[in-house]
Design a protein around this ligand. Structure first.
Ligand code: NDP
Length: 439
């Protein structure tokens, strides 16, 4: 199992699934007979490798690279690459495990995987990023392929990094394969891939609120955490539909702008300058910046803001029980997870017990992998789809996922519980396929 502390997040993810799927396991003895749960909890393989690269001072630096190929029952391994100092085997196993069920929920032919490195892109020059990506691909290329494993981006890996990784893959293999998704549009990327996860979270939430008989997001105050790809595109869609997103955050602090955040400025700060959010105040003196060190003890600043809907879009375990209490006291109606596992189990229990509509990551943030699969389809058929076509298909699939989760929860006696509904529906499709494929 590897180092125990490292595996805590993995155990957290597995535990949540196990506690959800009891009604399914009890309903059909085949799941026990074929040991599906035991088989699903162990990755097909964990690849770990050394990445040596030269920094700008011509010093050799060494990082660790990983690819967790967890389960390919439904299709090629699919899941992002994360470059962040916190990356280790346990984190990637948790993410890959979640990815299996998420990909299953989409109904598309994709399995689950995840990878990355403990490399920290912060403070690195463009050439250093390029050299690291080349070195990383020197090893990774042995294990991936358009029908084998198709990585994408995640924290610290955006279009720039995917571009460098793809360039190196092409150089090594002399093959122009759709082996990575999230590529820049000019060489095989899909329109709407950057927007997909953030937009998808909002599409899911709109459907959930409709099905639960709640008012829509139009004109409503929303709290968003994060200031990366997922957060800023969730904010973009919220603004498009007339909601008022008043917060965002990064690893150093948060912005509260009661009139609604200035998205063009945020994109400039985070996507172009890769700067701290603190600079927002240079042009918006009436907004408030709170550094992490000034957050109330044991809380994350964003969730103390009064809001109708909350969207944690930064990282895992960034919304705890105290944060959930604040949201409940402020009469928040829905929490939708844009990031992977941003809410702690205690926070989820508290929100669900207080009838807050809770959309778990594996359902709500599936939009990214959905459009990644569209990118694979476009690459395989040498076609390019236009923006509207992708947007319509994305919205349709997010709404389908939402309905599937709701119906599954109803069928298995946990009506209204989106966590259980998502876990059961995601698990069932993979489990049935595993049984059909034999050992
Ligand atoms: P980005 O790297 O683009 O952005 C991450 C954001 O979160 C940044 O604003 C970063 O701050 C902030 N952040 C990271 N770590 C912490 C921390 N420990 N505390 C507070 N803030 C933090 O990543 P993405 O937007 O792509 O991913 C965000 C989440 O969404 C992740 O959980 C990812 O797994 C998940 N996800 C992403 C998908 C995608 O399509 N990109 C698809 C599905 C899920 P700073 O700028 O200071 O680094």
């Amino acid at each position: 199992v590897g180092d125990c502390a490292q595996n805590n997040v993995f155990f957290q993810a597995v535990q949540e699934v196990i506690s959800s799927i009891a009604p399914l396991l009890n309903s059909d003895e085949r799941y026990a007979k074929y040991s599906v749960l035991e088989r699903l909890m162990v990755p097909d393989r964990v690849i770990k490798f050394k990445v040596s690269w030269l920094d700008d001072n011509n010093s050799i630096r060494v990082n660790t690279g990983y690819r967790v190929q967890f389960n390919n029952t439904l299709g090629p391994y699919k899941g992002g690459l994360r470059f962040h100092p916190s990356v280790n085997e346990g984190v990637l196993k948790f993410l890959a495990f979640e990815q299996i069920l998420k990909n299953s929920l989409t109904g598309l032919p994709i399995g689950g995987g995840k990878g990355g490195s403990d490399f920290d892109p912060k403070g690195k020059s463009d050439f250093e990023i390029m050299k690291f990506c080349s070195a990383f691909m020197t090893e990774l290329h042995k294990y991936i392929g358009p029908r084998i494993d198709v990585p994408a981006g995640d924290i610290g890996v955006g279009a720039r990094e995917i571009g460098y990784l793809f360039g190196e893959y092409k150089k090594i293999t002399s093959s122009y394969d759709g082996v990575l998704t999230g590529k820049p549009y000019m060489f095989g990327g899909s329109l709407m891939r950057p927007e997909a996860t953030g937009y998808g979270v909002i599409y899911f939430t709109q459907k959930m609120l409709e099905l639960e008989g709640k008012e829509g997001l139009e004109g409503k105050i929303c709290a968003v955490s994060g200031a990366g790809n997922v957060a800023l595109h969730a904010i973009e869609k919220l603004l498009q539909i007339g909601a008022i997103p008043v917060t965002c955050s990064d690893s150093r602090g948060m912005i509260y702008d009661p009139r609604g955040v200035d998205l063009p400025l945020l994109k400039e700060l985070k996507f172009e300058k890769r700067a701290s959010l603190e600079l927002y105040l240079e042009t918006h003196t009436d907004a408030k910046y709170t550094p992490v060190c000034d957050y109330p003890e044991g809380e994350h600043g964003v969730w103390g803001v009064e809001c109708y809907a909350a969207f944690p879009c930064a990282t895992q375990n960034e919304l705890n029980e105290a944060d959930a209490k604040n949201l409940i006291e402020n009469r928040c109606v829905s929490v939708s997870e844009g990031a992977n596992m941003p809410s702690t189990p205690e926070a989820i229990a508290s929100l669900v017990n207080h009838n807050v509509c809770f959309a778990p990551a594996k359902a709500a943030n599936a939009g990214g992998v959905v459009v990644s699969e569209f990118e694979m389809s476009q690459n395989a058929s040498m076609q390019r789809w236009h923006f509207e076509k992708i947007d319509v298909k994305l919205r349709f699939i997010m709404e389908q996922i939402c309905k599937r989760v709701v119906l599954t929860a109803k069928d298995y006696g946990v009506e209204g519980n989106y966590v259980d509904g998502a876990n059961i529906a995601g698990f069932k499709r993979v489990a049935d396929a595993m049984i059909a494929e034999g050992i």
